[in-house]
Design a protein around this ligand. Structure first.
Ligand SMILES: NC(=O)c1ccc[n+]([C@@H]2O[C@H](COP(=O)([O-])OP(=O)(O)OC[C@H]3O[C@@H](n4cnc5c(N)ncnc54)[C@H](OP(=O)(O)O)[C@@H]3O)[C@@H](O)[C@H]2O)c1
Length: 222
């Protein structure tokens, strides 16, 4: 039975990933930062672990608390949008918090868990077109954009550093999706976006490592 670890799995895209992989017969390890919020993931069939990915000690503890079983896929999904992101209304602490969750945490998770990867040997992180420098035509949203651009660079370096270990590393773009973060005006429903990202991950080979791929399989320019 293939195994996947999914962060930020109590709502939104993370919970939808849990539902789809569990329904497909995968062993799903779901992480949530608040144990009281883990019910939906456990109801969907996941084993729930607590991890606030912004806290490096909790990331290290998570790695130590997993049983000996290998992971086929590490899916870094947890993310935050942030606040005070406009010129004239910036907040340094808020900016750094977004960087910790969106960019630093996936790096720490990959470093802590790379040795456990077996089988598929895939690390994927849910990035965003908002982090694409090439596609930034509207400015603003400094913390979120910078954090996802930084995440994309983390993914690229991981793809190079983990290649000798046979690990494939991808940045994924889910599209604009109806979740708490995406809001009600988003054109995509979570099941469609997640099904697309799952297809992209299933089709990825080592030759794709270091790519930034949209949920429909198209390449996103950095
Ligand atoms: N929705 C979109 O349109 C869209 C577009 C592009 C990219 N994305 C990316 O897709 C991913 C999932 O987004 P979403 O739309 O599902 O957002 P969401 O509905 O706001 O869910 C975010 C998830 O991340 C978790 N999380 C936040 N901070 C965390 C932390 N410090 N430690 C552990 N978990 C934490 C949340 O847990 P709590 O419930 O405890 O807060 C929640 O489970 C994010 O990386 C986001 O940037 C989303």
């Amino acid at each position: 039975m293939p195994t996947i670890l999914i962060t930020g799995a109590n709502r939104g895209l993370g919970l939808e990933f849990v539902r789809q992989y569990a329904a497909d017969g995968w062993r799903v390890i779901a992480t949530v930062r608040d144990p009281l919020k883990g019910r939906a993931a456990s109801d969907a069939g996941a084993e729930v672990h607590v991890c606030d990915v912004a806290d490096p000690r909790q990331v290290a503890r998570l790695a130590g608390s997993l049983d000996g079983a290998g992971l086929d896929v590490l899916l870094c999904n947890a993310g935050v949008w942030g606040e005070h992101q406009a010129l004239g209304d910036l907040d340094a602490e808020s900016f750094l918090r977004v960087m910790r969750v969106n960019a630093l945490a996936p790096l720490l998770l990959a470093d802590a868990l790379a040795d456990r990867l077996v089988g598929r040997k895939l690390v994927a992180a849910v990035s965003s077109k908002m982090g694409s420098i090439a596609e930034n035509t509207s400015g603003g949203d400094y913390a979120y954009r910078a954090s996802k651009a930084a995440l994309d660079m983390v993914i690229k370096s991981l793809s190079i550093d983990l290649a000798p270990r046979g690990i494939t590393v991808l940045a994924l773009s889910p599209g604009w999706v109806k979740t708490d973060m995406g809001g009600p005006s988003a054109p995509l429903e979570a099941p469609e976006s997640v099904a697309g990202m799952r297809r992209v991950m299933a089709a990825a080979s080592p030759a794709d490592s270091g790519s930034f791929l949209h949920y429909d399989g198209s390449v996103v320019p950095w």
